[in-house]
Ligand binder design. Structure first.
Ligand code: NAD
Ligand code: UD1
Length: 336
């Protein structure tokens, strides 16, 4: 299959391009490089030995997208392009709605013109807000507590409406839990441009000596050790989930929604311990106040994806921390 990948130079997009190319698909990337580097594209080509056509195009640019679509005539799209920093989204809400919502509208307009109506969308477990219980199934109530999360919710709703109004569309809404880890080659991985907001990039930057000390945000949650519990999923497992979703769209299912997680919850201190054990490094940490907006526990019931996509995560926490560390230690400055 020939697949257009928006945001394909980013963290999850670059790993998904590796899986697409390795499985014999073709991929074409559009990315405005607002949070990524073209070096990731070159690394994907080096890992796979295949070519990955790249266009520095913003998804809000109708004519730019139109040209790429006309040239490559993809059969399906995986739509990763978006801004994802929760704190920034509170400060720059219009930018988040323009980029994530307006960008998706423009993309869908162009796709519609070219008759490309199979779409996989990057949603997030953040659409469950503060869930009443765990594990979380796809039919839990949805809510948002910040503009980033709301942009995901709004796009999910827009895509459902789009499919109702035009039955050519088949759409998979994939709700990711907490993607971590890196390709086992150590060639590609997560490269935050600023001080990381997320736990695992922070931990690995402490391990490599770039940051001094991890702040553990709260040790008084109602969890086994008081620290927050999340469903960390290896980025390669997550990427493979996108290939299964593309296959599902061939059955013309309309709109389908899947949690992509492992179904297991690990605390902050579990992750720190696993990292120390697997890498032999000591992670200096201190207990800090809770981070506003954080929830105690969040993990998936991923049985629907297993049943309907034949997909389940196979990499465990030790794989996640080892691969994170291989990428970080081989690339202390990220892509440079
Ligand atoms: P990322 O920032 O590494 O990748 C996103 C890519 O999109 C970047 O390369 C960026 O340059 C590009 N981009 C942003 N706006 C664009 C625009 N207007 N036009 C073209 N390109 C644009 O992030 P990621 O972690 O790979 O996330 C991919 C997607 O998955 C995002 O939509 C994100 O919201 C979603 N998601 C991520 C996580 C996570 O924890 N990483 C969790 C849930 C959902
Ligand atoms: C964050 C986002 C969420 C997004 C998800 C996946 C926030 C508030 N939420 O969720 O919208 O969908 O990433 O990308 O940013 N932690 C520390 N110290 C740190 C960093 C994190 O203790 O320096 C803790 C957190 O309190 C949490 C856990 O580690 O318990 C995971 O945090 P993080 O990686 O930021 O992900 P989420 O908060 O789950």
């Amino acid at each position: 299959m020939r697949v257009l990948v928006t945001g394909g130079a980013g963290y999850i997009g670059s790993h998904t391009c590796v899986e697409l190319l390795t499985a014999g698909h073709e991929a074409i990337v559009v990315d405005n490089l607002s949070n990524s580097s073209e070096e990731a594209i070159r690394r994907v080509e080096a890992i796979t030995g295949k070519q990955l056509p790249f266009y520095q195009v913003d998804i809000r640019d109708y004519d730019g997208l139109d040209e790429v679509l006309g040239k490559h005539q993809p059969e399906a799209v995986i739509h990763f392009a978006g801004l994802k920093a929760v704190g920034e989204s509170v400060e720059k809400s219009l930018l988040y709605y323009q980029n994530n919502v307006q960008g998706t509208l423009t993309l869908c307009d162009v796709l519609s013109k070219h008759g490309v109506c199979d779409l996989v969308f990057s949603s997030s477990a953040t659409v469950y807000g503060d869930p009443a219980s765990v594990p979380i199934t796809e039919d839990f109530p949805l809510s948002a507590t910040n503009p980033y999360g709301r942009s995901k919710l709004i796009v999910e709703e827009i895509l459902r409406d789009l499919q109702v109004s035009d039955s050519r569309w088949n759409i998979a809404l994939l709700r990711y839990f907490n993607p971590v880890g890196a390709h086992h080659s150590g060639q590609i991985g997560e490269d935050p441009s600023d001080i990381p907001n997320n736990l695992m990039p922070f931990v690995s930057q402490v391990a490599v000596g770039k940051l001094e000390c991890l702040s553990v945000f709260g040790d008084d949650y109602p969890t086994k050790d008081g620290t927050g519990v999340r469903d960390y999923i290896h980025v390669v497992d997550l990427s493979i989930g996108h290939l299964r979703a593309l296959e599902k769209l061939q059955q013309k299912p309309g709109v389908v929604t899947y949690n992509l997680g492992t179904g297991n919850g690990y605390s902050v201190l579990d992750m720190v311990k696993a990292f120390e054990e697997q890498t032999g490094r000591t992670i200096k940490y201190r207990i800090a106040d809770r981070r506003p907006g954080d929830i105690a526990m969040c993990y998936a019931d991923a049985s629907q994806a297993k049943k309907e996509l034949g997909w389940e995560a196979t990499r465990d926490v030790n794989d996640m921390v080892r691969d994170t560390w291989r990428w970080q230690s081989q690339n202390p400055q990220g892509y440079g």
